[in-house]
Design a protein around this ligand. Structure first.
Ligand code: SF4
Ligand code: SF4
Length: 91
Protein backbone atom coordinates (compact mmCIF):
# COMPACT_ATOMS: atom_id res chain seq x y z
CA UNK A 1 0.00 0.00 0.00
CA UNK A 2 1.36 3.42 -0.97
CA UNK A 3 0.48 6.65 0.78
CA UNK A 4 0.89 10.04 -0.90
CA UNK A 5 2.56 11.22 2.30
CA UNK A 6 3.81 9.35 5.30
CA UNK A 7 1.03 9.27 7.94
CA UNK A 8 2.05 10.57 11.34
CA UNK A 9 0.71 7.43 13.01
CA UNK A 10 2.30 5.02 10.52
CA UNK A 11 3.96 2.98 13.24
CA UNK A 12 0.55 2.23 14.77
CA UNK A 13 -1.23 1.18 11.57
CA UNK A 14 -1.84 -2.55 11.16
CA UNK A 15 -3.28 -4.27 8.10
CA UNK A 16 -5.27 -7.51 8.53
CA UNK A 17 -3.97 -10.52 6.68
CA UNK A 18 -5.47 -14.01 6.62
CA UNK A 19 -3.71 -17.34 6.60
CA UNK A 20 -6.13 -19.75 4.95
CA UNK A 21 -6.60 -23.34 6.07
CA UNK A 22 -8.55 -25.81 3.95
CA UNK A 23 -9.85 -29.08 5.35
CA UNK A 24 -9.54 -31.02 2.12
CA UNK A 25 -11.60 -34.03 3.16
CA UNK A 26 -14.60 -31.92 4.12
CA UNK A 27 -14.75 -30.04 0.84
CA UNK A 28 -17.48 -30.93 -1.65
CA UNK A 29 -16.07 -28.80 -4.44
CA UNK A 30 -18.98 -26.35 -4.67
CA UNK A 31 -16.61 -23.50 -5.50
CA UNK A 32 -18.42 -20.82 -3.45
CA UNK A 33 -15.21 -19.80 -1.73
CA UNK A 34 -13.41 -19.49 -5.07
CA UNK A 35 -16.21 -17.61 -6.81
CA UNK A 36 -16.87 -15.02 -4.13
CA UNK A 37 -13.42 -14.26 -2.74
CA UNK A 38 -13.04 -10.53 -3.40
CA UNK A 39 -9.29 -10.87 -3.78
CA UNK A 40 -9.26 -13.94 -6.05
CA UNK A 41 -7.00 -15.74 -3.65
CA UNK A 42 -8.38 -19.25 -4.29
CA UNK A 43 -8.53 -21.50 -7.34
CA UNK A 44 -9.63 -25.07 -8.02
CA UNK A 45 -6.81 -27.50 -7.32
CA UNK A 46 -5.71 -30.34 -9.58
CA UNK A 47 -5.89 -32.84 -6.74
CA UNK A 48 -8.88 -34.90 -5.59
CA UNK A 49 -9.99 -35.62 -2.07
CA UNK A 50 -11.27 -39.09 -1.13
CA UNK A 51 -14.81 -38.10 -2.14
CA UNK A 52 -13.63 -37.25 -5.64
CA UNK A 53 -13.91 -33.46 -5.38
CA UNK A 54 -11.32 -30.83 -6.19
CA UNK A 55 -10.74 -28.73 -3.07
CA UNK A 56 -9.62 -25.10 -3.47
CA UNK A 57 -6.02 -24.08 -3.16
CA UNK A 58 -4.48 -20.72 -2.25
CA UNK A 59 -2.72 -19.10 -5.22
CA UNK A 60 -1.55 -15.89 -3.62
CA UNK A 61 -0.85 -16.20 0.08
CA UNK A 62 -0.19 -12.45 0.37
CA UNK A 63 -3.56 -11.50 -1.15
CA UNK A 64 -5.93 -12.50 1.63
CA UNK A 65 -7.33 -9.55 3.59
CA UNK A 66 -9.00 -11.78 6.17
CA UNK A 67 -12.53 -10.66 5.25
CA UNK A 68 -13.88 -14.08 6.28
CA UNK A 69 -16.30 -14.43 3.37
CA UNK A 70 -14.99 -17.85 2.30
CA UNK A 71 -15.35 -19.11 5.85
CA UNK A 72 -18.86 -17.70 6.11
CA UNK A 73 -20.06 -19.13 2.79
CA UNK A 74 -18.61 -22.63 2.97
CA UNK A 75 -21.51 -25.04 3.56
CA UNK A 76 -19.16 -27.74 4.85
CA UNK A 77 -17.09 -25.64 7.28
CA UNK A 78 -14.09 -26.77 5.26
CA UNK A 79 -12.22 -23.48 5.14
CA UNK A 80 -11.15 -21.07 7.85
CA UNK A 81 -8.62 -18.35 8.39
CA UNK A 82 -6.17 -17.29 11.00
CA UNK A 83 -5.89 -13.55 11.23
CA UNK A 84 -2.61 -11.77 11.71
CA UNK A 85 -2.01 -8.04 11.74
CA UNK A 86 0.88 -6.82 9.60
CA UNK A 87 2.71 -3.55 9.94
CA UNK A 88 2.38 -1.29 6.91
CA UNK A 89 6.16 -1.28 6.40
CA UNK A 90 6.17 -5.06 5.93
CA UNK A 91 3.73 -4.92 2.98
S1 SF4 B 1 -10.80 -14.40 3.96
FE1 SF4 B 1 -11.66 -13.12 2.26
S2 SF4 B 1 -9.87 -12.48 1.04
FE2 SF4 B 1 -9.21 -14.22 2.33
S3 SF4 B 1 -9.47 -16.05 1.02
FE3 SF4 B 1 -11.36 -15.80 2.26
S4 SF4 B 1 -12.77 -14.60 0.95
FE4 SF4 B 1 -10.67 -14.36 0.10
S1 SF4 C 1 -16.95 -23.39 -0.15
FE1 SF4 C 1 -16.19 -25.11 1.15
S2 SF4 C 1 -17.05 -26.95 0.21
FE2 SF4 C 1 -17.21 -25.30 -1.32
S3 SF4 C 1 -15.31 -25.46 -2.55
FE3 SF4 C 1 -14.90 -24.00 -0.88
S4 SF4 C 1 -13.98 -25.23 0.78
FE4 SF4 C 1 -14.99 -26.65 -0.64
Amino acid sequence: MKYWRKPLDLAGIRIPHGIIHILQERCKGCGFCIEFCPRRVLVVSDTYNSKGYHPPVVTDSTGCVSCGLCEFLCPEFAIYREEEMLEVQSL
